[in-house]
Design a protein around this ligand. Structure first.
Ligand code: ADP
Ligand code: ASP
Ligand code: MG
Length: 417
C-alpha cells in the first residue's frame, strides 16, 4: 500500500461528466489499496472568469480581495468531487486551504507555500480510509489568516507541496496531455512524449514557457525529491491496466535517466517585449544608469545585448522585459534619460523567445551555433541571444514562432519518426 497525491487540472474537471470520470480514477487507486489525497483546480475557464470580474469591478483592485474571489473556483470542484465520490461509496471529505491549513507568505496573488499540516489527513487515511479532496491554488497567510492564491497554474504547486508534506510516494499530475513532450504538442504535431525528464530540465522548460507545470511545483519537487508523474485524465479508469505502467512522463533526478540526449526539449514564450536604447554613451556607469532604475521599479530584465560601438562614442543596448511591464519600463527609461544619455528608445511587443534545453549541452560544444545557421536558412532574424549551462534562448519576430520551433525540433532530431 502506498500514499499518492493525484492532481486534476481545469480541463479534467470542466463539467460534471469530467468530475465523474476523475472520481473513477480516484476510486481505482483506492480499490488498489492506496491512501489518496486529491488536489483539484477550478473548472476550465472559471479562474479566467473570476479574474475578469475583478478587473471589471476596478482596474486597480486590492490583491486581498482578488484572492478572496479567484480562490472560489477550487472550492466548488473540491466539494463536487467529494459529493460524487461519496455517491460511489468512497469515503471522501473536501478541504479548503484554511482548513488544513496551507500556510503561505503574504504575497497576495503570488503567495508561496510555507507549510502544510497534513496530520488530520493522515489520521483519516488510517481510521476511515477517507479520501482528502483538497482545493488547489489557495492557502492562508500565516499571520492575517486571509486567503491567498499561488499564481496562475498554482494547483500543480499545491499538489507537489502536499505530496512532500504527507510523504507521498508519488504525485500524479493528471492533465489534458499524456505527458511532457519535446515541445508543446499543440504547436509541434511531431513532438515526442518523454518517458523521463530531469528536474533541472523541466524547471527550464517550465520557466521558459511550457505551461504544463507551474515552475514553483518543479522547484519544490526537486528540493523535496517528490516523484512527479504527468499523465492524461482523458483515459477512462476502467481502460487502465492495473499491472502496466501507464503512458506518462516521470520527472526525476538526472541520475535516473539512462539515455541522455543533447537536447531534451524546446519551449517558447510570447510574453516578452524588446526594448532598444539607441546611441547610448559608451562609457563606464551607463549599464548601471539603465538597469538600476529598472530594478528599483521591480522590472525583471532578461536578455541583454550591447552592440559594439561603431564610432567609439555611442552604442545600442537591447534587452527584454515581461510584456506586462513594457510600458512601465519605457516610462522609467524616459525619466532616466538625463542620467543615461541616449538618442531614443525603440520597442517591440511582437517578439518571441525560443529556448532549447538539454543537460547534454554541458558536455557538447556548438549546439547553439547549429541553430543560428538553421534559422538563417529560413530567413529568421535573431534579435538577441542568451545562453547558460543547459539552455540557450533566441529572441525572434513573433510571426516566426511556430516555424522556428518546428525547425529547431527537426534540427535536434526530436521529431517523432
Ligand atoms: P491543466 O489545466 O491540467 O493544469 P495546463 O493547460 O496548465 O493543464 O497544461 C497542459 C498544457 O500544457 C497542454 O495542453 C499543452 O498544450 C501545454 N504544453 C506546453 N508545453 C508542453 C510540453 N512540452 N509538453 C506537454 N504539454 C505542454
Ligand atoms: N485555477 C487556477 C488557474 O487557472 C490554478 C490552476 O488551475 O492550477 O490558474
Ligand atoms: Mg496548469
Amino acid at each position: 500500500m502506498s500514499r499518492l497525491v493525484l492532481k486534476f487540472g481545469g480541463t479534467s474537471v470542466a463539467d460534471m461528466a469530467r468530475i465523474r470520470s476523475v472520481a473513477g480514477h480516484v476510486k481505482r487507486e483506492i480499490d488498489a489499496g492506496h491512501q489518496v489525497a486529491v488536489i483539484v483546480s477550478a473548472m476550465a475557464g472559471a479562474t479566467n472568469q473570476l479574474v475578469a470580474w475583478c478587473r471589471e469591478a476596478a482596474a486597480l483592485h486590492d490583491a486581498r480581495e482578488y484572492d478572496a474571489v479567484v480562490s472560489s473556483g477550487e472550492q466548488v470542484t473540491a466539494g463536487l468531487l467529494a459529493i460524487v465520490l461519496e455517491g460511489m461509496g468512497v469515503n471522501a471529505r473536501s478541504w479548503q486551504g484554511w482548513q488544513l491549513p496551507v500556510l503561505t507568505s503574504n504575497a497576495h496573488g503570488t503567495a508561496r507555500i510555507l507549510d502544510i499540516n497534513g496530520a488530520e489527513l493522515l489520521k483519516r487515511f488510517k481510521e476511515r480510509q477517507e479520501v482528502a479532496v483538497v482545493a488547489g491554488f489557495q492557502g492562508i497567510h500565516k499571520e492575517t489568516g486571509r486567503i491567498t492564491t499561488l499564481g496562475r497554474g498554482g494547483s500543480d504547486t499545491s499538489a507537489v507541496a502536499l505530496a512532500a508534506a504527507i510523504a507521498a510516494e508519488r504525485c500524479d499530475i493528471y492533465t489534458d496531455v499524456d505527458g511532457v513532450y519535446t515541445a508543446d504538442p499543440r504547436v509541434v504535431p511531431r513532438a515526442r512524449r518523454l518517458d523521463r525528464i530531469a528536474y533541472e530540465e523541466m524547471l527550464e522548460l517550465a520557466s521558459l514557457g511550457a505551461k504544463v507545470l507551474q515552475v514553483r511545483s518543479v522547484e519544490l519537487g526537486m528540493v523535496h525529491n517528490v516523484r512527479i508523474f504527468v499523465r492524461s485524465s482523458f483515459v477512462e479508469a476502467q481502460d487502465i491496466d492495473p499491472h502496466a505502467t501507464p503512458p506518462g512522463t516521470l520527472i526525476c533526478g538526472e541520475e535516473e535517466i539512462m539515455e541522455q540526449q543533447v537536447v531534451t526539449g524546446i519551449a517558447f514564450s510570447k510574453d516578452e517585449a524588446q526594448i532598444s536604447i539607441r546611441r547610448v554613451q559608451d562609457k563606464p556607469g551607463v549599464a548601471a544608469a539603465i538597469f538600476g532604475p529598472l530594478a528599483e521599479a521591480n522590472i525583471n530584465v532578461d536578455m541583454i545585448v550591447q552592440n559594439v560601438s561603431a564610432d567609439g562614442a555611442t552604442t545600442d543596448v537591447t534587452f527584454t522585459v515581461p510584456a506586462a511591464d513594457y510600458q512601465r519600463a519605457t516610462d522609467v527609461l524616459v525619466k532616466a534619460k538625463p542620467q543615461v544619455g541616449y538618442e531614443r528608445v525603440d520597442g517591440a511587443n511582437d517578439v518571441a523567445k525560443i529556448s532549447v534545453i538539454g543537460i547534454g549541452m554541458r558536455s557538447h560544444a556548438g549546439v547553439a551555433a547549429k541553430a543560428f545557421k538553421a534559422l538563417a536558412q529560413k530567413g529568421i532574424n535573431i534579435r538577441a541571444i542568451t545562453t547558460s549551462e543547459i539552455k540557450f534562448s533566441l529572441l525572434i519576430d513573433a510571426n516566426y514562432t511556430e516555424l522556428a520551433v518546428r525547425t529547431l525540433h527537426s534540427l535536434y532530431e526530436l521529431d517523432d519518426k
